[in-house]
Design a protein around this ligand. Structure first.
Ligand code: PMP
Length: 412
């Protein structure tokens, strides 16, 4: 291999010159490269956003799945409908109804996680150089997709109540003045990843109004909406403006991510395009995944299960916030009322990305705030801590270890 690369231009990858331009931007995200280190057993990882599946009734799910395969295996193991299994799309409408979203089964398109939905939407709308507006910070996984399609991500400031409407309008006007084309506003209204905040009810109509006036599509990414710790839900942007919003949902956080099943609800013409793009890419979403989830929704008390998830995550949130108060009073943070994440502001002079290797040496991992900004150009003054996966005792220990690293850095 080494020899071959020498022959073909003295590079490690002999095919370097053959890649499409967009492939050159593909790099392991900061989170991905952390995975290997953070998964060592001695490291307390407050980095990953893996849902905690310990309360799922695995034996019963295994039995019911075996039964489902015996009964429906001929279809569950076969190719299926490109838009998704009709029976599951029907169920998705019931899930969305919990947040007050009114959609029919034919409005729904099933995707391979909401990640694929973001990918399709970006593929459909973005030519290289087109602008995507996104909150500052925003979900790292979507940033990777945006970068692949060579979008220019313009960040819009948020505060404790979500995106700031004036900042959104300002960003739109500035970008338009520069003669750039804005294709959509990618928004995480509920229990934001990574910022933990929720867009206030008051701001939602304002955001819609601004985007409407400037004819900007909204992509509403909502994987955490049913994980409000008091069982509270918020009015979906989709409900307020069905024709202006592509709504994305997912079973990853309310059931299990391993099935890789999510969904989208888009304005009718966009839905048709999304379906064609999805069929072109993957033919159809996983049939066995869709049959399994339909089976789960029909035979299990999934609403009760979501309630149990909420209780578990609330306890972990409380543990993390308690530990932050005890060990890290030098930092600032929000107290999220749902979801998985606390966004921690660091004391002046500490750089989250630069500190990470020392944290890992001290056996604790987090994600540097820079991961959540396009090109890693900001966010060094924050880090994201996840409380979803570790046991409470480990959350405390992780925050304690982090406080040691920060204290040492402050002394130097
Ligand atoms: N959007 C956000 C905001 C997320 O946090 C995640 C997962 N971490 C996804 C989308 C992708 O989820 P999935 O593909 O598992 O549905």
């Amino acid at each position: 291999m080494e020899e071959m690369s020498q022959v073909k231009g003295n590079r490690l990858d002999p095919w370097l010159d053959s890649y499409a331009t967009r492939a050159h931007g593909l790099r392991a995200s900061e989170t991905r490269s952390l995975f290997a280190v953070a998964s060592r057993p001695e490291v307390v990882s407050l980095a990953g956003g893996m849902p905690n599946l310990k309360d799922l009734p695995l034996d019963r799910i295994a039995d019911a799945t075996a039964e489902m395969i015996r009964k429906d295996g001929g279809k569950a193991l076969q190719y299926g409908n490109g838009q998704g299994l009709p029976r599951l799309r029907e169920h998705v409408t019931e899930v969305m109804a919990l947040e007050g979203i009114d959609a029919g089964a034919d409005d729904v398109i099933i995707t391979t996680g909401s990640q694929q939905a973001v990918d399709i939407v970006t593929e459909l709308f973005i030519d290289p150089g087109d602008v995507i507006l996104a909150e500052a910070p925003t979900y790292v996984g979507s940033l990777s997709i945006f970068s692949t399609y060579q979008a220019d991500v313009q960040h819009v400031a948020i505060d404790a109540h979500g995106v700031i409407p004036e900042a959104l309008e300002e960003a739109i006007l500035r970008t338009k003045r520069e003669g750039r084309t804005i294709k959509f506003f990618y928004c995480l209204p509920n229990f934001h990843n990574p910022a933990g905040v929720t867009l206030s009810e008051e701001r939602r109509p304002l955001v819609i109004d601004i985007c409407r006036r400037h004819h900007i599509l909204i992509v509403e990414d909502n994987p955490y909406g049913l994980l409000g710790f008091e069982g509270q839900t918020y009015t979906a942007l989709k409900t307020l403006a069905p024709d202006d919003v592509i709504y994305l949902g997912s079973f990853s956080k309310i059931f299990a991510p391993g099935y890789r099943v999510g969904w989208a609800v888009a304005p009718p013409a966009v839905k048709e395009k999304m379906k064609l793009a999805s069929e072109a890419a993957i033919l159809c979403p996983s049939s066995v995944g869709q049959y399994s989830i339909s089976m789960y929704l029909e035979q299990f008390d999934w609403k009760k299960q979501i309630g149990e998830f909420r209780t578990m995550y609330r306890e972990r949130r409380d543990t993390m916030v308690g530990a932050l108060e005890e060990y890290l009073p030098v930092c600032r943070w929000n107290v999220p009322d749902g979801g998985f994440y606390v966004w921690v502001g660091l004391p002046e002079g500490i750089d989250a990305r630069e500190m990470l290797p020392r944290a890992v040496t001290n056996l604790v991992a987090y994600v540097s705030g820079t991961a959540f900004y396009a090109g890693g150009k900001a966010g060094q003054d924050h880090l994201r801590l996840s409380f979803c996966y570790p046991e409470p005792v480990d959350i405390r220990e992780g925050v304690r270890r982090l406080s040691q690293v920060i204290s040492r850095d402050l002394e130097n």
